[in-house]
Design a protein around this ligand. Structure first.
Ligand code: CTP
Ligand code: MG
Length: 244
């Protein structure tokens, strides 16, 4: 199902043959808001690091031919050790200072022999295989860029620099977007070639090109681990105490 709230453009049509997909898992951040002693992707959730949970699920993506993990330069070997269970060719590359630098490094390693690239945050460690499948299905329909998103539950205010409200956007038109975000490989390469520094959202770079980005239904399991509280919530979810 495609949520076309944000675009009037019809899909350009199905591609026919199954897509060849590379998944880039970005795991090179420090996790400053989590405040652990190791980079966030290497923080344990139950029995394994967040990155291992993310790889287990990303490794079941339909059409998958390659996985690229982007790790802190200090943790390339540790990341490689966590890729053992992935059944397609997998490599680990060092990331950069900003998330967009890390995505660019992963994209360069993803190869130009794939049709589509899914960019996924290791911090969204419990994003299920069904979410990867939904993104790939929408790409296979011909959409150049696909992001999962959930309706926003709180009313959102736009404020000025003094904290005074300047607008209240209609909540029914808003989506909180997640990863994996899927792209036609050439489109993502073009978007990154033209990117301003410090972009935190790959889809926004595609929007800058004037191309449509479609939103498919997100999944609460794909929420990002940012703070210690998020880690506790993820632990409860894994233990079966939360939504599955
Ligand atoms: N990321 C990355 N390279 C960076 C920054 C972030 O690969 N230079 C990755 C993180 O590892 C994470 C994802 O991008 O999987 C989302 O970023 P975020 O949740 O902000 O993680 P951190 O930047 O590590 O956390 P913080 O902002 O709290 O420092
Ligand atoms: Mg960050």
């Amino acid at each position: 199902m495609i949520d076309t709230t944000h675009t009037a453009a019809p899909p350009p049509g199905p591609r026919g043959a199954a897509l060849r997909v590379a998944v880039v898992v970005v795991a090179a951040g420090s996790g400053s808001r989590l405040g652990a002693e190791v980079p966030k992707a290497f923080v344990r959730l139950a029995d394994r690091p967040l990155l291992a949970h993310a790889l287990e699920r990303a490794g079941r993506c339909p059409g998958l031919v390659r996985v690229v993990v982007v790790a802190p330069a200090s943790h390339v070997a540790d990341a490689l050790a966590l890729t053992a269970g992935v059944t397609v060719p997998t490599q680990v590359v060092a990331g950069g200072a900003e998330r967009s630098d890390s995505v660019a490094a992963g994209l360069a390693a993803a190869g130009d022999d794939v049709d589509a690239v899914l960019v996924h945050d290791a911090a969204r460690a419990l994003a299920p295989p069904s979410l990867f499948a939904a993104v790939v299905a929408a790409l296979a329909e011909g959409h150049p860029a696909v992001v999962p998103g959930l309706p926003v539950v709180d009313t959102v205010k736009e404020v000025d620099k003094h904290g005074v409200v300047v607008a209240t956007p209609d909540r029914s038109r808003l989506r909180a977007v997640q990863t994996p975000q899927g792209f036609d490989r050439a489109v993502l390469a073009r978007a990154h070639a033209d990117a301003p520094p410090g972009a935190t959202d790959d889809a926004a770079l595609v929007e800058r090109l004037g191309l449509p980005v479609v939103v498919v239904p997100g999944d609460p399991l794909a929420e990002k681990v940012t703070t210690p509280r998020d880690l506790a919530v993820a632990h409860a979810v894994l233990a079966g105490a939360g939504p599955r």
